[in-house]
Design a protein. Structure first.
Length: 90
């Protein structure tokens, strides 16, 4: 959980073994279309738990740009950073 730039709350819950199995992204940000967050969660499932934060942020940014997703109150770097914190805290 983190307050990201702009004061929005970003919460990421993660289940993992050797790889990330399930990601749940919630908070008080906005995403359009609404299902874009579910797509990002699916993209994160299956990555190694010792992932490189910068690489994941870049990959997420590509997906966001290619699909035309609009994220208000968070960005790819924030998602990668909070995901890394969630994995490291377990």
């Amino acid at each position: 959980m983190e307050k990201v730039e702009g004061g929005k709350l970003l919460v990421i819950k993660v289940d993992f073994g050797d790889k990330i199995e399930k990601v749940d992204i919630t908070g008080d940000f906005f995403a359009h279309p609404e299902e874009s967050i579910k797509e990002i969660e699916k993209r994160l499932a299956g990555i190694k738990k010792d992932f490189d934060e910068k690489e994941i942020a870049e990959e997420l940014q590509k997906v966001i740009a290619e699909k035309g997703y609009q994220l208000i109150g968070l960005d790819a770097a924030a998602i990668a950073r909070v995901l890394k914190k969630a994995v490291d805290q377990k």
